[in-house]
Design a protein around this ligand. Structure first.
Ligand SMILES: Cc1cc2nc3c(=O)[nH]c(=O)nc-3n(C[C@H](O)[C@H](O)[C@H](O)COP(=O)(O)OP(=O)(O)OC[C@H]3O[C@@H](n4cnc5c(N)ncnc54)[C@H](O)[C@@H]3O)c2cc1C
Ligand SMILES: NC(=O)c1ccc[n+]([C@@H]2O[C@H](COP(=O)([O-])OP(=O)(O)OC[C@H]3O[C@@H](n4cnc5c(N)ncnc54)[C@H](O)[C@@H]3O)[C@@H](O)[C@H]2O)c1
Length: 461
């Protein structure tokens, strides 16, 4: 039986990056991945294809609103086959690069699903057995199908389908109000579908501050989307020309019809059929693999990273978790890379306006009893955003009292995902509002808006 120092089960962002770091420490590394197409979710059916399409839709939206900018761009419309082709070519470049790295002689690559048969042995589909001194599980997640009558109809779309469209759907109902639902609903609406979005909670993006969600909701409605919130899904019926979605809202039964339905009701970790019991690996009640701060599972030789382990389903956390786990497993201490500090968490929603957040939220600050100052500033009163016709949203900072340390920030605006990084540097490095005010904030930029709430915090202290 072949034995390795380190085996990655899954070659996505978590598993592959763990293997890459492990290979810098030992020559004995294998990657086992059962996917038909190598590359992982982010490259093939997640971040990269969605952001490629969303960027095109943003360009189209700007062109369709050309009059606001004193321009005349007649008939700006989508060319779905061309959009699709651009996505295919862009993604191929990213996936070719990843596949080349995986196929290089650096790793032994096994194209198979794996399952544990004991604490240090896995079995592949053809019966091959591999022993590992250390393992990482990075098996990702799959679309979840909650038990709503009709939701399991084979013609109901998921994010995979929307990201692969080469024609314009005349209408679509997007179920859910999470990140996938919001990003894809606005994409479909902007390219020209009639979109209805149905969300269970009182607001879309329910984990964000209510006024953040309300800003995005206003933008969606201003763009012509039908948005129902505070609903309970009852059933989905197939009709002659599409689907009917029946739901409750405020005690009344309502229905929406469209040619297509997109299930964006969340994802569930890929932790089934992995033989986890045989290896003594425990799950959390939500199906994620239980890990400690070192990404170690309840088996002392097996680590887990990415969507299968949580607590977030975000690429950079999957990468950092995988890299750190490999160093920890192979006893390569690092003064730079330690366990992840989720108090510095960064996340971005690629709607327009974008939603970006770093550090502690107001809710977390209150729960921990931390004394803080809140300062915010709106984009409809800022020079650069006014000239860009990008007036939705605001920046909000949370400064610790009395130190002035920036503990958290949220931005909802055009390109908030770029702007937030200045504050991410501050949060991760314990910088104060006064430290940040020593920075040169260039005029006129969107970023200089951050200096106004910083001044408020310094003044108030
Ligand atoms: C539409 C969409 C858009 C997204 N956009 C963003 C974004 O903009 N930014 C962001 O940060 N995140 C985004 N995400 C989330 C991000 O894509 C995931 O968090 C990330 O890709 C997860 O990486 P992973 O390594 O955990 O899993 P994956 O990349 O899914 O890798 C898992 C691998 O394990 C393999 N595997 C599974 N079971 C086995 C087994 N038993 N044996 C062997 N191999 C196995 C699979 O074949 C797969 O290749 C998006 C997700 C979606 C769905
Ligand atoms: N920009 C990004 O970083 C990005 C983009 C896309 C996805 N992702 C990641 O992918 C993960 C999956 O995203 P997602 O949007 O699929 O999941 P999610 O968990 O964020 O959202 C699921 C949505 O479905 C709703 N829902 C779930 N069950 C329901 C039911 N039975 N009835 C009615 N509504 C129900 C929830 O209320 C929620 O609105 C996220 O955690 C996110 O981190 C990130």
């Amino acid at each position: 039986m072949k034995e390795y120092d380190f085996i990655a089960i899954g070659g996505g962002s978590g598993g592959f990056n763990a293997a890459r770091v492990a290979r810098g420490i030992t020559d004995s590394v294998a990657v086992v991945d059962g996917a038909e197409e190598l590359g992982g979710l982010c490259i093939l059916r997640g971040c990269m294809p969605s952001k490629t399409l969303i960027y095109s839709a943003e360009v189209l939206h700007l062109a369709q609103n050309a009059k606001k900018f004193g321009l005349n761009i007649p008939n700006a419309t989508v060319d779905m086959p061309a959009l699709h082709q651009r996505k295919v070519e862009t993604i191929k470049e990213f996936s070719d690069y990843r596949v080349e790295a995986m196929r290089s002689r650096k790793y032994d690559l096994y194209r198979s699903f794996a399952k544990f048969i004991d604490s240090n042995t896995i079995e592949l589909s053809d019966g091959t057995q591999l022993r590992g001194k250390k393992f990482i599980i990075g098996t990702g997640s799959k679309v979840s199908v909650p038990p709503i009558p009709g939701l399991d109809h084979e013609e109901i779309w998921t994010s995979d389908t929307v990201l692969d469209l080469d024609f314009l759907p005349e209408s679509a109902i997007v179920l859910g109000g999470g990140v996938v639902a919001c990003e894809l609903a606005q994409f479909l609406n902007r390219v020209g579908s009639k979109v209805t979005q149905i969300q269970r909670s009182p607001h879309i993006l329910k984990d964000q501050a209510p006024d953040v969600s309300e800003t995005v909701e206003k933008a969606f409605r201003d763009e012509g989307m039908d948005l129902f919130t505070g609903t309970s899904l009852k059933r989905i019926e197939k009709t002659d020309d599409g689907f009917k979605v029946v739901f409750d809202q405020g005690g009344f039964e309502k229905a929406a019809t469209a040619k297509y339905v997109v299930n964006a009701l969340g994802r569930t970790p890929n932790t089934q059929n992995l033989g986890l019991e045989a290896a003594g690996i425990e799950l959390l009640p939500n199906g994620q693999i239980k890990t400690d701060e070192h990404q170690l599972t309840t088996n002392p030789d097996v680590y887990a990273a990415g969507d299968c382990a949580g607590p977030f389903e975000i690429v950079h956390t999957a990468v950092l978790q995988g890299e750190y786990a490999a160093r920890h497993a192979l006893k390569e201490p690092s003064s730079v890379f330690g366990p992840l500090n989720y108090d510095h968490m960064l996340d971005v929603v690629f709607t327009d306006p974008q939603v970006a957040r770093v550090g502690l939220t107001q809710k977390a600050l209150d729960e921990r009893g931390i004394e803080y100052i809140t300062a915010d500033y709106p984009f409809d009163d800022h020079g650069k955003s006014i000239l860009m016709e990008a007036k939705y949203g605001f920046v909000r900072l949370f400064g610790e009292k009395p130190s002035g340390r920036i503990l958290g920030a949220e931005i909802v605006s055009k390109d908030a995902g770029e702007l937030i990084h200045a504050l991410s540097v501050a949060v991760s490095n314990n910088l104060t509002a006064a430290d940040l005010l020593k920075t040169h904030w260039y005029h006129p930029t969107l970023a200089e808006i951050i200096s106004y709430p910083l001044e408020d915090i310094v003044d108030e202290l």
